[in-house]
Design a protein around this ligand. Structure first.
Ligand SMILES: [Cu+2]
Length: 179
């Protein structure tokens, strides 16, 4: 009888040890994740079409943006590489991060979508590139992390020029989180 009880206690102690070990492993995994962020593991965001993509050129062309933004964060810097296809040919595009805006989208399916909030652009994050004849474009840029900590979305606009003056409210967008 006594032996059985002690054996039972042993199992209890063992199982509580196992639980603690599990917790430690979990914490360890979280620390690994944070380390991966610091080491520059990119976050990939699928860009969603924005209404201005419907704007037709004089030739009747409209963009059909498809692609991703890869955002790599280090201790001080946020680097972005955005690859899109389905863009207008030989056209300048400008992209940047935005802070949250205040537009009320309460009538829409996702009223909290930052892409629809019409927030201010973070100008220091500007990146400009020209699409090729096939409508593919790659936009790259780096910005001080402190500048974009409050960013809630990233979007791509058609550009009026090589300097990156936006020609529309945006053709492709994703909500983002910068850590
Ligand atoms: Cu923008």
């Amino acid at each position: 009888m006594k032996k059985t009880m002690m054996f039972g206690l042993g199992i209890l102690l063992l199982s509580s040890c196992a639980t603690m070990a599990g917790k430690e492993m979990k914490d360890g995994a979280m620390a690994d994740g944070a380390m991966a962020d610091k080491a520059g593991a990119p976050a990939s965001y699928v860009l969603q079409r924005q209404p201005a993509a419907d704007t037709k050129t004089a030739d009747g062309l409209a963009a059909n943006p498809v692609g991703n933004a890869e955002v790599t964060t280090t201790a001080d810097t946020v680097s972005t590489t955005t690859k899109l296809t389905g863009m207008l040919p030989n056209t300048y595009y400008v992209a940047h991060f935005h802070v949250m805006g205040t537009d009320n989208n309460s009538g829409e399916a996702d009223p909290n979508d930052p892409c629809k909030s019409n927030g201010d652009p973070i100008l220091s994050s500007k990146m400009v590139a020209q699409s090729d004849a096939g409508g593919a474009v790659t936009l790259t840029g780096s910005v001080a992390k402190a500048d974009v900590l409050k960013a809630t979305y990233y979007n791509v606009h058609t550009s009026k020029d090589a300097e990156g003056t936006p020609a529309d409210p945006g053709v492709a967008c994703s909500a983002v989180t910068i850590k």
